[in-house]
Write a protein of this length. Structure first.
Length: 291
């Protein structure tokens, strides 16, 4: 297992969180094989099918089971490619049927309320200024939360109108910056004490703000704005960025680039937004609709 995880880190640039999830999934799988007396380098598909069936009885969702199977497939393919196994028992196994849930999305008015409350809290307050900067940046750029919290301090003093962000798999992309987002970064930078590499420093193992802390503080702002806390998260703001762009005519491929999706199929969760836009266009522009 260690060799497989080392390969994911070295060759595919897997993030620490991804590696940790794969390690947990593989440990659970290998423990189940050991209990049944099966050797992962010399086994058929039946034990793997039995393991997947057990996941269902344990109450794992189809999405979680599909992720677990993806991890296991990669492991067996690695063993086969390295010559450690004579066969790949995962090859004949189909994945669990998944229903892709639509992302939670805030309306433009709700985002405006969120930002209004954050701006009020930022008046002369370093912590409030940091929170406003986080929200403004996230809604203006659609960054992943892991990308946002790990921005370097130099990002706030750039003269460029874009950020160069290193996303999943080490892929770099350009992310345009609005003037409001640049202003929020400058204001936040003015409140930072001392030197350091991070735009959002914190007393944590990484040295910068954690995802959990940001998510907790964001829910507090949402509550103050009259929004239900369970409807708001950093990822929901990323969804709002993408959905509002599409609602206003952005091309799906452009949104894919901005979000850093390697595959257009990932971005296609937003096709419901496009469907509504197309219906609206026909309703407003077709000459026979008035009749």
């Amino acid at each position: 297992m260690r060799d497989y995880l080392d390969m994911l880190a070295a060759e595919r640039g897997a993030a620490a969180n991804t590696l940790a999830a794969y390690r947990r999934d593989l440990s659970d799988y290998l423990a189940a094989l050991a209990r049944g007396g099966h050797d992962p380098v010399a086994m058929e598909a039946a034990p793997l099918r039995a393991y997947l069936a057990d996941l269902e009885t344990r109450g794992l969702s189809a999405a979680s089971a599909a992720r677990r199977l993806s991890c296991i497939r990669g492991f067996h393919r690695f063993l086969y490619a390295e010559g450690l196994a004579e066969d790949d028992p995962s090859a004949p196994i189909g994945g669990p049927r998944r229903v892709r849930a639509l992302p939670k999305v805030l309306s433009v008015a709700e985002v405006d309320r969120l930002l209004s409350v954050a701006r009020e809290a930022a008046a002369g307050d370093a912590r409030g200024t940091r929170m406003l900067c986080l929200i403004e940046l996230l809604y203006a750029t659609g960054l992943r939360v892991s990308e946002l919290i790990a921005l370097p301090r130099a990002a706030a003093s750039t003269t460029e109108r874009y950020l160069v962000v290193k996303g999943k798999g080490g892929r770099e992309r350009l992310v345009p910056l609005t003037e409001i987002a640049r202003g929020a970064m400058r204001d936040h930078l003015a409140h930072l004490a001392g030197d350091g590499p991070w735009l959002f420093p914190a007393d944590s193992e990484s040295g910068h703000l954690t995802r959990q802390s940001f998510a907790r503080d964001l829910k507090a702002v949402a509550s103050a704005a009259g929004l239900r806390a369970d409807r708001i998260s950093p990822h929901v703001l990323r969804h709002a960025f993408a959905s509002h762009l599409l609602q206003n005519g952005a091309d799906l491929r452009i949104v894919q680039e901005l979000l850093g999706h390697a595959d257009i199929s990932t971005t296609q969760i937003y096709t419901h937004v496009l469907d509504e836009r197309l219906k609206s266009m026909v309703r407003d522009l077709h000459p026979l609709m008035d009749e």
